[in-house]
Design a protein around this ligand. Structure first.
Ligand code: BES
Ligand code: MN
Ligand code: MN
Length: 463
């Protein structure tokens, strides 16, 4: 596979323009108005997988958005790599903060991407990263170097909780049988500090509503005499963390695994520049749980964050009103051993218990998932490690991420195989934010590294 670099360089413009076409389709899974666009994206992905050399590609219907399944089986006695990715994207809002429209991709240089980056919603999360796998397959088939079997499973509901994927896996265990699952939907530390993601946080996402009087009231006539749901909600949320930014929900930390001194020291060896981190976000300081470093706070520790809060009058000018209702969306990022359903229950019980008389409180769970960690003394990890060494000339750093891909824990449980998370995005790529982008260099580096994983994995597992 000495020629993979050359192949990617030679075909770079075509690869980028194919990705650009995919990025033009607004496959926003959160909004039912975009259902047609999701179907269109699934079709486009199917076509690209066929062109890349899959023998069979199917659009698999589910109760929700379809899953694109593809395969190229060359020999039943060889190992099988199952590639997972998602073709759905986050909503692009707020639109006015984009320098270019989110579904009209442009290529621009940035400090982190001197060779240019593709700006569009989904560029990095996850169309760009998913497409690296399609192009890696193209390289392997067109040059006669595919060393093992490959299956693709590209879903359209990752950004909304992957409900249909769970449904699909339950019904297709045989079809999805594999020896390793390969995903590019995370990030890496830096171009000169490659890393392999060894952990993902779990998630519990809830929506809360505080209800006061049976109608909006005049804040002069009633102010001070009845509970204001917005005031009450603000107080309740504030009480969920203490002065050390420790979460106060009883039982919340019961199952949290404390890392050993050695493990924490090892983590601290990963390159990290706090000043740069603050500067990139225009912050005068970081903030978080006492006793933990920034990297620990956003990977090995559980958290609680308000993602949205609303109620009352937010239009032009002033309106004197006590709103009847106040709402918030709250996410809790979880770590291994915390069960997301149990945490959701603990939250609900606690949140209802701290409501003062004079209001009613409702807690509605949205979705969630388990955290994931993978050991690094496995054959799968070694294959990934060797691929990075060959591609980057450096040993990759194992790193636990703060993000969540809830379906990964389910893969292990249902399909009984390990997952390797080979991410090529950078933190500065602004996934889920305005001006999301993906470096052209990162895109090509992914395409060049993936076939090497196939090569090393096949070599290490060959019976
Ligand atoms: N690709 C991300 C997750 C991610 C990004 C993990 C970077 C690690 C590093 C994924 O698409 C995502 O956004 N997941 C959601 C959870 C989902 C249930 C909506 C998340 O982490 O908020
Ligand atoms: Mn993603
Ligand atoms: Mn995402």
């Amino acid at each position: 596979m000495k020629d993979v670099k050359e192949y990617a360089e030679k075909n770079k413009d075509r690869f980028v323009s194919e990705l650009v076409e995919l990025l033009k389709i607004p496959s926003i899974s959160a909004d039912p108005a975009y259902k047609k666009e999701l179907l269109k994206t699934a079709d486009a992905v199917k076509k690209r997988m066929e062109e890349a050399g899959c023998d069979l590609v199917e659009i698999c219907e589910t109760p929700g958005n379809p899953i694109v399944y593809g395969e190229k089986i060359i020999d039943k006695n060889l190992p099988t790599v199952l590639v997972y990715g998602h073709y759905d994207v986050q909503p692009p809002d707020p639109l006015e903060l984009w320098d270019n429209p989110p579904f009209e991709p442009v290529i621009k240089k940035t400090a982190a991407h001197p060779e240019g980056a593709i700006f569009a919603r989904g560029a990095c999360d996850d169309k760009g990263q998913m497409y690296m796998h399609v192009k890696a397959l193209e390289y392997m088939t067109k040059t006669g170097q595919l060393p093992c079997n490959v299956k693709f499973m590209i879903e359209g509901e990752e950004e909304v909780g992957s409900e249909s994927l769970g449904w699909f896996i339950q019904r297709n265990k045989e079809k999805l049988a594999n020896d390793v699952i390969l995903i590019s939907d995370t990030g890496m530390i830096a171009p000169d500090a490659p890393s392999i993601t060894t952990g993902l946080r779990g998630l519990s996402y809830v929506e809360v509503t505080v209800t006061g009087p049976n109608r909006d009231l005049h804040s002069g006539l009633y102010g001070g005499a009845v509970a204001n749901p917005i005031n009450v909600l603000a107080k309740m949320i504030a009480s969920l963390t203490d002065e050390n930014n420790h979460i106060t929900i009883p039982g919340f930390y019961d199952k949290v695994e404390e890392l050993s001194k050695e493990e924490r020291a090892k983590m601290a060896e990963a390159p990290f520049d706090l000043d740069k981190y603050k500067k990139a976000l225009d912050l005068d300081d970081v903030y978080g749980e006492k006793g933990y470093s920034t990297n620990e706070r956003n990977s090995i520790r559980p958290t609680l964050d308000v993602n949205g809060i609303w109620g009352g009058y937010t239009g032009e000018g002033a309106k004197t009103v006590i709103a009847a209702k106040a709402h918030a969306k709250i996410s809790m990022r979880l770590v291994p051993n915390q069960d997301w359903k149990e945490i959701t229950e603990l939250f609900k019980k606690h949140f209802e218990s701290i409501a003062p008389r004079g209001v009613k409180v409702e807690v509605n769970p949205h979705h969630g998932g388990q955290a994931y960690v993978t050991p690094i003394n496995t054959l799968e990890y070694k294959a990934a490690n060797d691929a990075y060494v060959e591609s980057f000339g450096k040993t990759p750093i194992p790193q636990r991420s703060g993000g969540s891909i809830p379906i990964v824990a389910l893969f292990e449980k249902e399909l009984k195989s390990k997952t390797i998370l080979m991410g090529f995005g950078l933190d500065s790529d602004a996934i889920h934010s305005p001006n999301e982008h993906f470096g052209v260099w990162n895109f090509l580096k992914g395409i060049q590294t993936i076939p090497l994983f196939y090569k090393h994995f096949t070599k290490l597992t060959k019976k």
